[in-house]
Structures are given as structure tokens and as C-alpha cells.
Design a protein around this ligand. Structure first.
Ligand code: APR
Length: 264
């Protein structure tokens, strides 16, 4: 029995199975990752995208954010075989929740969940719960009245020189994502931690597991007795607590995992 066979049978028998995803699951869709040789933070200074900078220099923040947004989300992108495999695992009843650090909305697209992700980032879809731990870059939010609206037209206004772009109420718009130095919504991280604690299987996919609080979730799952798997091309700080580590491409491993669990 290979390690993947074992992981698949764990998924098949699990009461609660959780997937945590990072930028690596969207890389095959054409969205750049943050770290590694070709990472975004090699071309942009992450220090320019903190919450503190947004507050102190909103015009400068928006000028830089516009460039980053176009670099990450400027092309056409759609879910890839890895997103589809997780959605299929959920439809098969073998995956209960997807916790994603990604703000691209691709798990919602793959699960055919509408684009109107709720304010707190928790969607209890028919097949699985989707937690957007770091928010959703397809939206912006007014920092005064809280109004949320589609991001692209607002980025277009910023490109035309309205920096920072403002809401009808006069408030400054902010991308609806969690910036460095900003707290995650309490409800999201509490739900993510309780899912990790309850999980029988916890699979971390396409993440360097470098950023808290997501980076601690595999350890929390392991300490609660879950089987922990990691699918990532590079090593992560959590490899030591994992029962299974797959150094393979997400688009190879996840469809195989889904088929093995389905044929259980
Ligand atoms: N298959 C498997 N793994 C892959 C693939 C692939 N096709 N492509 C990339 N990877 C791996 C890389 O080896 C890397 O370790 O995905 C990982 C992505 O790591 P990061 O770029 O650090 O992304 P992530 O872990 O999601 O970053 C977490 O950091 O900058 C913040 O808010 C941002 O949500 C992000 C957080």
C-alpha cells in the first residue's frame, strides 16, 4: 500500500477531513505564488502592503496594490484539476471543509458557489464549508461604512488616478483581504482552529506554511490525533509532524487521491 493509498483510505474513513490550501494550488491556474524562486515577494516589497501603510499612506498603498493586483490577477484564470479534485472529494462526502489562504476565489468557483462570499469569509456550501482565511481579492470594502463591492471597477478607477478610491459615503476603499499586521476575522480563525482540532485527516496543500495563524493548523490537527498530510513541492516547517509528505505537483496528486478515496 503506497503512502497515497493510506492517505486516501484515511479520507474514506474519516469522520472529519479538512484541507488547508495555499498559493501553490493556484499556481497551475497561472496565479503566481508568494515565495520560492519565482515568488511575488521577490518582485514586490511585502512591507509596502501592510495595514499600517494602508492607514498612513492610502494613496501610495493603492498605487502599489494596483501593480500587485494586476501581476497576480491580471490574466484570465480558472480552477485547475487540483481545485476540481477537492470539490469532487467534498461532493463524494470525503472532505468537510476547505480552509484557504488564497484570495482568488477559485475554490468557490470549483464548488460552484456564487461569487458573493460572505463578509466573514465562511461559506457553508452544500458539499463543504469554505473558509477564506485571508479574505477575497474580488471585492473591496469601505473602511467607513463597510459597504462591499466588486474590486475590478474600483481598481480601474485607481488606475485612472483616483488613489485612494473612495466609497459614495466618502470612506476609503480597502481590498477585502487580510493585510500583514491586520487581524483575521475572529469567527474565521476560531472556526478554522476548531475544525483542525476535530479533524481525523488534515491535508495541507501548496503552502509554505510560513504565515500564522494558518501555519499552526497542521500542528494543532496532529496534536489532536489527526493523520496529517502535506502536498508541497518544497519542504515546510510542518513536515516533521506530517504522517505523509508528497513532494509532487498538486495537479498530479489530488486527482489520484480523489480517485483512490472514491474507489475505497
Ligand atoms: N504543486 C505543489 N506545490 C506547489 C506548486 C504545485 N504545482 N506550485 C507551488 N507550490 C508550492 C511552493 O513550493 C511553495 O512552498 O506552494 C508553496 C506556496 O507557498 P507561498 O508562496 O508561501 O504561499 P502561501 O503558503 O499560500 O503563503 C501564505 O503568505 O504572503 C502571504 O497572505 C499571503 O496567503 C499568503 C500567505
Amino acid at each position: 500500500m503506497t503512502e497515497l493509498d493510506r492517505l486516501a483510505s484515511d479520507f474514506g474513513n474519516a469522520e472529519t477531513a479538512i484541507a488547508l490550501t495555499g498559493a501553490g494550488i493556484s499556481a497551475p491556474s497561472g496565479i503566481p505564488t508568494f515565495r520560492g524562486d519565482d515568488g511575488v515577494w521577490k518582485r514586490f516589497d511585502e512591507g509596502q502592503f501592510t495595514y499600517g501603510r494602508f492607514r498612513s499612506d492610502p494613496a501610495g498603498f493603492w498605487a502599489d496594490r494596483l501593480e500587485l493586483h494586476r501581476e497576480m490577477f491580471g490574466g484570465e484564470f480558472e480552477p485547475n484539476a487540483a481545485h476540481d479534485a477537492l470539490a469532487a472529494l467534498a461532493r463524494d462526502g470525503h472532505l468537510d471543509a476547505i480552509l484557504t489562504q488564497n484570495t482568488d476565489g477559485l475554490h468557490r468557483d470549483a464548488a460552484f458557489v456564487g461569487d458573493d462570499s460572505p463578509a466573514d469569509g465562511i461559506t457553508d456550501a452544500a458539499d463543504a464549508t469554505i473558509l477564506e482565511l485571508h479574505g477575497n481579492a474580488r471585492r473591496v470594502r469601505c473602511t467607513d461604512c463597510g459597504n462591499r463591492t466588486e474590486a475590478e471597477p474600483i481598481f480601474d478607477r485607481a488606475a485612472d488616478g483616483e488613489r485612494p478610491p473612495t466609497c459614495d459615503c466618502g470612506g476609503v476603499y480597502k481590498p477585502d483581504v487580510v493585510l500583514f499586521g491586520e487581524q483575521l476575522p475572529g469567527a474565521v480563525i476560531q472556526r478554522a482552529r476548531s475544525l483542525a482540532r476535530e479533524s481525523d485527516v488534515f491535508l495541507a496543500i501548496g503552502s509554505s506554511l510560513a504565515v500564522e495563524p494558518a501555519a499552526s493548523l497542521p500542528r494543532l490537527a496532529a496534536s489532536s490525533g489527526a493523520t496529517v498530510g502535506i502536498v508541497n513541492l518544497e519542504s515546510t516547517p510542518c513536515d516533521g509532524v506530517a504522517d505523509v509528505v508528497c513532494r509532487e505537483d498538486v495537479t498530479e496528486v489530488l486527482p489520484r487521491l480523489r480517485d483512490l478515496a472514491a474507489s475505497g
